[in-house]
Design a protein around this ligand. Structure first.
Ligand code: HEM
Length: 533
């Protein structure tokens, strides 16, 4: 076939030639528009976007409480960089539902007990929502982003990690960590000439060490644990409710992502080691061991069935789960650390501070702890001991009520969510229930701003189940809640018998700093001494 030479290149077309030679669209515009006209277009575009942003805000806001207009585009982003508890409180008190819009996110805040419960208990309309950067840190395939049945099924496979038998098997490891860190407390105070020092960072490290020991046993070298403890605050900072939406180098999200990658890598190495030990029939000592052991049990059962071997029903594992890769295991264990680290560090800090300020309560904890050990303070902790510690438990519950670590839990509306008869949260909006007002509701907890453990013993606080939102409620309620409370009880019980500590009260001690969870603003100035026998 003859070549068709009738095709002409655009460059050969006399009419388009000038376009080609000037090279760019900008060149064309430059020829057609004057500088004044370009500015006109830019200003009009920006004004159009500002108007769109305001109209969108007002449309989302509807009848609920909130500023009548938003700072163009960014909203109160700059204020949110340094969130103040008092500002949150003012917002919660402004109405059962209130709102704020930061960048493209419209956020509805559900403040009262009933509004908060409505959000927690509406899985048809909402799902937990982490800030944008969390998908990048935890990875989009993480189980915490599953929804509906997929979430329920996955979670069932994890329940066995928090049974009575499981929790008891983690206790010796926890006790080792308490002993080690109590010695560290003494050392730090000694080196500081027994002058009070901010202990909040030390408590964060202690809680990270306890978590790592409980989650991955002895598989992780101490140096890695220390690195995780040190770097974890970078992850917390990257996951704050308000953060720059894109991961740019040297921003908080960037540092957080690097730290998260390091944690995932360390946990994956632990998973590989645990698989070897469990395959060889080792005794489970940590959460990872138990989970991997149940994977092997499921696999063994499946293989027998596949080979046609008759298996007695009693040999069938309660929950059949698949084999997970080292990285998948690591991702899930990372979510435990993510869920526990800030919350338990917050509770631990308040617990030590509040007990130092109220020594009469600490005396009763000590009495109870010695009594359940028949006077021998060296007796190891056991589950049945925990069950007998009604007073210590009351103290821990009151600390969690008085200073709830998790004051807000972000959710997102999967579809339009008619939260009340006259307000619908629009699809895509964030909905953030707060736990604080429910836990400081004078009808449920008389004198809510006073620390009163008696309300859990002689009072009726235990009956106020609807207000007890410390660990959330509904399908996503905290998986580690029993473990978390036992950890705090065991820790303060042991500390009461082995340590004496003093708190330097400052005007900031009772003021609340918000850093994902809540801490005393002066970071808890303490000094520890060994308690004689
Ligand atoms: C004092 C300590 C703790 C507090 C105050 C706390 C509080 C919470 C809250 C408020 C939620 C959200 C619940 C909801 O959306 O309804 C949650 C979820 C969760 N927590 Fe905790 N938590 C604590 C410790 C822990 C620990 C130690 C672990 C792990 C061992 C843990 C694992 C989880 C997990 C996995 C979830 C997500 C559950 C799901 O989405 O199904 N938490 N926690």
């Amino acid at each position: 076939m003859a070549a068709d030479f009738s095709y002409a290149s655009p460059t050969a077309d006399a009419t388009s030639a000038p376009l080609v030679f000037t090279g760019t669209l900008g060149g064309l515009i430059g020829q057609v528009l004057t500088g004044v006209q370009i500015w006109h277009i830019i200003v009009t575009l920006i004004l159009g976007l500002v108007v769109y942003d305001q109209i969108s805000y007002i449309w989302h806001k509807g009848s609920i409480v909130g500023p009548s207009w938003k700072t163009p585009f960014i909203g109160p982003f700059l204020d949110s960089m340094n969130p103040q508890f008092e500002q949150y409180m003012a917002k919660w008190l402004s109405g059962p539902l209130s709102c704020v819009s930061v960048f493209h996110k419209f956020v509805v805040i559900a403040s009262t007990r009933d509004m908060a419960r409505k959000v927690f208990n509406s899985p048809m309309f909402v799902k937990p929502c982490v800030v944008d950067s969390a998908y990048k840190l935890l990875r989009p395939t993480n189980w915490v982003f599953l929804d509906g049945k997929a979430h329920v099924d996955y979670r069932k496979g994890l329940n066995g990690l928090f049974t009575r038998q499981a929790l008891e098997s983690y206790m010796p490891g926890q006790e080792e960590v308490y002993n080690k860190y109590f010695a560290t407390f003494l050392q730090i105070s000694k080196e500081n000439g027994y002058k009070p020092k901010a202990f909040m960072p030390v408590f964060r490290e202690l809680q990270c060490a306890i978590a790592c020991r409980t989650f991955v046993g002895h598989y992780m070298p101490e140096s890695s644990m220390k690195k995780i403890a040190n770097d974890y605050y970078l992850i917390t900072a990257a996951l704050e409710l308000v953060n720059f939406p894109i991961i740019l180098p040297f921003t908080k999200s960037w540092y957080g992502k690097k730290a998260a990658d390091m944690v995932l890598d360390e946990f994956a190495k632990c998973a590989a080691k645990s698989k070897v030990r469990m395959a060889a029939g080792g005794e489970p000592e940590c959460i990872m061991d138990r989970w991997i052991q149940s994977m092997f049990a499921s696999e063994a059962y499946r293989q027998k069935v596949a080979k046609g071997i008759e298996v007695d029903q009693s040999e069938k594992p309660d929950m059949l789960i698949r084999m997970f890769t080292d990285f998948e295991i690591s991702q899930t264990v990372f979510t435990f650390l993510f869920a526990s680290q800030d919350a338990t560090s917050s509770a631990c800090t308040w617990l030590f501070q509040i007990m130092a300020d109220r020594p009469e309560f600490l005396d009763r904890i000590r009495e109870e702890n010695l009594a359940v050990r028949n006077g021998d303070r060296n007796m190891p902790i056991s589950y049945s001991m925990m069950e007998k510690m009604t007073y210590t438990r009351a103290i821990v519950k009151e600390v969690l009520r008085y200073r709830p670590p998790v004051i807000m839990v972000p959710y997102v509306a999967k579809k339009d969510f008619p939260i009340t008869s006259d307000y619908t949260v629009k699809k895509g909006s964030m909905v953030v229930p707060t736990t604080y007002l429910a836990l400081h509701d004078p009808e449920a907890y008389p004198n809510p701003d006073s620390f009163d453990p008696e309300r859990w013993i002689t009072g009726d606080a235990e009956k106020q189940v609807k207000n007890w939102l410390v660990f959330g409620t509904g399908p996503h309620y905290c998986l580690g809640q029993i473990y978390a409370q036992f950890n705090l009880m065991a820790m303060i019980g042991k500390a009461s018998m082995f340590l004496d500590w003093e708190h330097q009260i400052t005007p900031l001690s009772e003021q609340i700093e918000v850093f994902a969870t809540i801490f005393p603003k002066d970071h808890c100035l303490l000094s520890f001494k060994q308690r004689p026998q």
